[in-house]
Design a protein around this ligand. Sequence first.
Ligand code: ADP
Length: 483
Amino acid sequence: MTTTVRIDQHQLFIDGEFRPAGSGAQFETVNPADGTLITTVARAGEQDVDEAVRSARDARRKWRNATPTDRGRLLLAIAAQLRAESEALALIECLDNGKPISQARFDIEYSARYFEYYGGLADKLDGYVIPLGSDYHSYTTLEPFGVVALITPWNAPLMQAARGLAPALATGNTCVVKPAEDTPLTILEFARIARECGIPAGVINVIPGFGEDAGAALVRHPLVDRIAFTGSVETGRIIARMAADRLAPVSVELGGKSANIVFEDVDVDVAAFNALRAINLNCGQNCSAGSRLLVHSSIHDAVLDSMVALERGLTVGPGLEDPDVGPLTTRDQYQRVCDYLRIGREEGAEAISGGSALVDERLNGGNFVQPTIFAGVTPQMRIAREEIFGPVLCVLPFDDDDEAVAIANDTDFGLVAGIWTNDFSRVHRVSAALEVGQVYINEYFAGGVETPFGGVKDSGYGREKGLAALEHYTRMKTMVARV
Ligand code: ADP
C-alpha cells in the first residue's frame, strides 16, 4: 500500500491548545485492517476532564452572547474547511475506523452537512408570544444549556461528533467531546480545523480517553449541563443512571435490531440488493443496520437466491482498497461477531453465505469476517434478538402484514424499520404499527441531516438531527409581565 496518511494531532484539545495529558498517559490506536499501531494519543484523566469542562464553562457566556449570525458563519466556515480537507480526513477515518474509503468520504461530507445545516439555522431560532389579554405580555426564548458533554462511539467517529457538535454550537452551547478510545484521530483534526476557522478557545474541547475514567468523570462533572450519548445499551444505562444522580438532562441513542420488511409486490433483485446494503454498509456497524430481513414467504427463496449470488461478488479487504466490506473496527467487536456466528450455527440457523471469520493470508492480523446470511432463523434465536453489529443478516419469513409487524416489534429495540412495497395504504398502516423511531420506505437509510433520528424502547430516547435536535440543545424560558 503506497498511500501515506498524515496524522498530526495526538494530544488533548483543551482551551484552544493541544497538550499532553496531565499524567503524561497515552494509549494506542490500531489499524483494524492489519492490527498495526497507527499512533499513540494522549489519554485524558479526571484532572484533564475537569480542565476541559472549566474551559468550556468559562467560554460559555461569550459564545452564547455572540450574535447568532456570527455563530452561524463560523459553523459554515467549518463546513467549508471540512470539505477542503475532506480527502485527508477520509484517509485518517479509513485508517483508524477501517471503513472503505468511499464510505469514509461520505462520512466527512455528512459531517460538513451538519455544520452547513445548523450553521444556517443559528439565526432562525424564534420564541413566541403567548396571548394572556391586555394586562400581560408573555413570550418565550430558547436558551443554550451551557456546557454540553458529547460521548461518541467508534462506528462513524467524526460524523457522530458532528451530529452533536453542530446543533449544540449553533444554539450557543460550548462542548466537551469524549471520542471513543478506538477512533480518536479525526475529531482531533477537526479541533485543529475549528481553531483555524476562528472558534474561540474553550468553545470546543476534545478529550480522548477511556470510558470508565474520562467518560465517567465527564458525565459526573457538576459543571456539565447536558449530556448526549451514543453507544451501547449497557453503557447508555450506566450514563443515564449517573446523570440521574445530579438530574443532568441526557439523551441516549443506543443500539438496534432493525427489521427490514420486504412485501411480496416488489422486485426481488432490488429487494435483495438493498437488503445487503442495509446490513453490510460500514461492515454492519450501524445502530440502524437492517439486521433482520423479514421476507414474505411467497418470495422468500427467490430473495435468498438473489442475495447469495450478490454476496458472492462482494469484495472484503482493507478500507484503503475501497472494498464493499472492510474490517470490523475493534478486536473486541471481531471476537463478538465471531461468537455470534458460532451461536447462530449452534441455534440451528443455516449460514447460506459466509458464516465464519475470513481466512486469507493477505488479510492476516485484520478484523475480517465473511459477510454472512443466516436463513432458517426463528424470532426466539439469540441471533434474531441481540445486536451483533457486524455484517450478519438474519432472514425470517412471514405470511401476512400482521405477522410482519408482530415479528418486527418482537424485540427489545426500536430504532428503525424498512418497508418495501408499492402498496401505499400498506405503507401507512404498517408504518403506524411499527414501534420504532423512524421508518425507511423503499430506500433503506433514506434521509439525511435534516431528518430526525432516535429510538424507542432499548434503542434510547431523544431525537438527534433535523430541527428536532434543537430541542435537545436548548431550553425554553418563559417571561410573563404584568403591563
Ligand atoms: P462499545 O462497548 O461498543 O465500545 P460503548 O457504549 O461502551 O461501546 O462506548 C461508546 C462511548 O462511551 C465511548 O466513547 C466510550 O469510551 C464511552 N464509555 C464507555 N463506558 C463509559 C462510562 N462508564 N462512562 C462514560 N462513558 C463511557
